[in-house]
Write a protein that binds this ligand. Structure first.
Ligand SMILES: Cc1cc2nc3c(=O)[nH]c(=O)nc-3n(C[C@H](O)[C@H](O)[C@H](O)COP(=O)(O)O)c2cc1C
Length: 189
């Protein structure tokens, strides 16, 4: 897909078909992530590809978070959200980006931003292959559970999580808050 079209066609997908994603496509997506820019060219990211039982455990954890988060919501929004959380929208794969951890705030920022660049490449590469994603940090609300399920030690930081799969439908593109960029762009001479 042409780049500017691709950027505009990436939407957060929260409902997926159960169809498997090929290992080849997953590796293509992670190869794109591996070509992101990184602070000091440390390429400090690693990727976890969670399927099967691991994905189920991730769903159990996020489901509990979802129950608390949506406890005051009306139906059917409440059940829909909890179901989305429990199943990651029915996606067959969950990808997790981790980076090197640091206690130094500016180094930590550098590592996290590198991870975010990798994450964005994942989403764009997936979209180009007809696959949906949704950048998620909600699952980090129980970070201890996430670390245990994914076997991530203190030497690494979890950046974000995304389901990966074929969407049941592509959601409509979200309106831009400032489509003409009159308030978002500041030219300084
Ligand atoms: C840093 C970050 C965290 C996010 N966390 C979540 C999340 O926990 N759960 C979720 O369903 N979506 C999450 N999103 C997706 C946003 O809700 C979504 O990007 C936004 O509503 C705009 O929609 P679009 O991605 O379709 O353009 C997150 C996005 C970003 C960039």
């Amino acid at each position: 897909m042409e780049f500017f079209e691709l950027v505009k066609k990436r939407q957060s997908v929260r409902s997926y078909k159960p169809d498997a994603v090929s290992r080849e496509d997953i590796m293509k997506i992670l190869d794109a992530a591996n070509f992101a820019p990184s602070g000091q060219n440390q390429q400090q990211w690693e990727f976890i590809v969670a399927t099967g039982k691991t994905k189920e455990k991730l769903g159990e954890s996020y489901g509990k978070i979802g129950e608390a988060y949506a406890s005051q919501w009306d139906e059917p929004a409440k059940s829909d959200f909890i179901n989305y959380a429990r199943t990651y929208g029915g996606a067959p794969v969950v990808l997790v980006v981790t980076v090197v951890a640091s206690k130094n705030p500016s180094t930590r920022k550098m590592h996290l931003e590198s991870g975010c660049a990798a994450m964005q490449n994942i989403m764009l590469a997936a979209r180009d292959l007809g696959l949906g994603t949704c950048w998620m940090i909600g699952p980090l609300n129980d970070e201890a559970a996430l670390r245990e399920i994914l076997n991530v030690g203190d030497d690494r930081e979890i950046v974000a999580v995304t389901p990966l799969g074929y969407p049941t439908a592509w959601p409509p593109m979200r309106e831009r808050l400032d489509p003409d960029l009159t308030r978002k762009v500041h030219w300084l001479d």
